[in-house]
Ligand binder design. Structure first.
Ligand code: ZN
Length: 495
């Protein structure tokens, strides 16, 4: 995991005094962060984005990206100044058609001062012209841009946007997207949603992608390189668009044998989570040397290395489960990561059961028995793991144990009603661990505070007597057949 060091100077730099007329005294700068305690500088205050229109050009030989972002937003306070999160070099910013002053601050803040202060509750159009070499940029010592032999890829969590478009970078500010990218003929551009059209001119091909449902910034992805694109439709009627680098080497067969199952698996998951909420689905496998996957909305990012030991449908199930648990309903704050990862892992347990490779209960028994009481595994609280442990194994495995405990506590009927009802309850929005507990209590009619506290928040192994219906046996348990494929997903997000 990347470690973040918040520069103490960042706040001071953001509080430079502005010459605002006395009559405009109520106009104040938007905060440099949206208020997430894990990442104080992620996102920004003072406005809410509804749409990103990105018109870009990319040269794979040099990794040069240039273009224009048009951002439609609405102010949420009387605003004298506001921040965007971005790393590339900006040449011009316009606010409502007029050139605005701008500067950079901290690790990733672009500070914009419009010529005229913006009144609360008004629409604002922000145009940012920019260029740069994304692979040359880093923040807090890491990068989310993966250079490949034939191009580059933006995919990471909790942030990837800084390397390719200016944004309000936090899951609570979702927006729709048009991503239009021009690349040299022979190179393809892959992004989220549906491919609306392509056009060629003077040796360049433009790809026009549209995400017509709200999408968190970290779930926006861009891949540029030589891809083979496949299309189809699932039995359930969901259009499928997959893409494979033309240079996957020995991993190509296993990658295709996994990702080509996407349509079938998304239909299977719909049986548990309700109708698929987006206009298309798919995955892409660039020729990157990274080792994780990411649930980028409608178009999952996979690393070829994850298929080095053969096909892994369990991994595909994990990332597709996130389309409901993570994408359709996203975290309110990054501390709520269990609502994403616990359920994506639990979906793998359900798939294991379906495939006859170990039931969810057997997997729960195995996890419980595998970690002795003095194992550091139990010191991590999936319900609030802290930024350094956000993607620790315990968030996944202990997180899924908590879900099996819930299932045993409220019974299968209520449990599967919760599993299916929750995504719709917060459709295209955000929700927290506490919201989930309240929802499960409402659907089941049972108080669940003690169960959630035991399994998600206490920094110790729940003792067998108080393990509240989870564990069927405390004896040593045989490893379920699906275990290794499930654990292979643990490289997800860890890098
Ligand atoms: Zn995941």
């Amino acid at each position: 995991m990347h470690r973040r060091i918040i520069a103490p100077g960042a706040l001071a730099a953001a509080s430079v005094l502005l010459a605002i007329p006395a009559s405009a005294a109520s106009y104040t700068p938007g905060a440099p962060g949206i208020g997430d305690p894990y990442y104080p500088y992620y996102g920004n205050g003072g406005y809410d984005v509804s749409h990103y229109d990105l018109r870009l050009q990319y040269q794979p030989k040099t990794d040069e990206l240039q273009g224009t972002a048009t951002i439609l937003a609405k102010t949420t306070q009387d605003l004298s100044r506001f921040d965007l999160d971005f790393l590339l070099d900006v040449s011009e910013v316009r606010v409502n058609g007029t050139k605005a002053a701008f500067t950079t601050s901290g690790e990733h803040e672009l500070v914009v001062t419009p010529k005229t202060p913006l009144a609360k509750g008004t629409p604002v159009t922000i145009v940012v012209r920019y260029s740069g070499v994304p692979s040359a940029k880093s923040a807090y010592g890491f990068t989310s841009w993966h250079r490949t032999p034939d191009g580059g890829v933006a995919a990471n969590e909790p942030e990837a946007a800084w390397w390719w478009f200016p944004s309000n970078d936090h899951p609570t500010d979702k927006a729709t997207y048009d991503v239009s990218v021009s690349v040299p003929d022979g190179t393809q551009a892959i992004s989220n949603g549906t491919l609306q059209s392509t056009s060629s001119k003077l040796g360049w091909t433009r790809y026009n992608w549209r995400q017509n449902k709200p999408q968190a910034t970290y779930l926006a992805t861009l891949a540029l390189g030589r891809f083979d694109i496949t299309t189809g439709t699932s039995d359930g009627g969901v259009p499928v668009i997959n893409a494979y680098s033309k240079d996957l080497g020995d991993n190509e067969g296993a990658a295709r044998a996994s990702v080509e199952r996407t349509g079938e698996l998304v239909d299977w998951l719909s049986g548990y989570f309700g109708p698929y909420p987006f206009s298309s689905v798919g995955g892409y496998v660039p020729n990157t040397t990274t080792s994780y996957a990411l649930e980028t909305q409608t178009r999952v990012f996979y690393s070829p290395r994850q298929f080095a030991n053969g096909a892994n449908t369990s991994l595909v199930v994990h990332e597709l489960a996130h389309q409901w648990y993570g994408d359709y309903v996203s975290v309110k704050g990054w501390k709520d990561i269990w609502v994403n990862e616990g359920f994506a892992r639990y979906a793998q347990w359900l798939w294991s059961e379906h495939e006859g490779e170990g039931t969810a209960q057997e997997l729960a028994d195995y996890v419980y028995a595998s970690h002795p009481a003095d194992d550091a595994f139990w010191t991590i609280a999936p319900g609030d793991p802290g930024p350094d442990n956000q993607f620790a194994g315990a968030v996944y495995d202990r997180g899924a144990l908590a879900i099996q405990a819930l299932r045993n506590e409220i019974g299968d009927d209520a449990f599967f009603a919760v599993l299916k009802g929750w995504p719709k309850e917060h459709a295209y929005g955000n929700a927290s661990v506490a919201d989930f507990q309240r929802y499960a209590e409402r659907v089941s009619g049972k108080p669940l505070a003690a169960l959630f506290d035991t399994w998600l928040f206490q920094p110790e192994k729940p003792a067998a007597p108080s393990a509240r219906a989870l564990v069927k046996t405390t004896a040593a348990v045989a490893q379920p057949k699906s275990w290794k494929k499930i654990e292979a997903t643990n490289s997800v997000h860890e890098h």
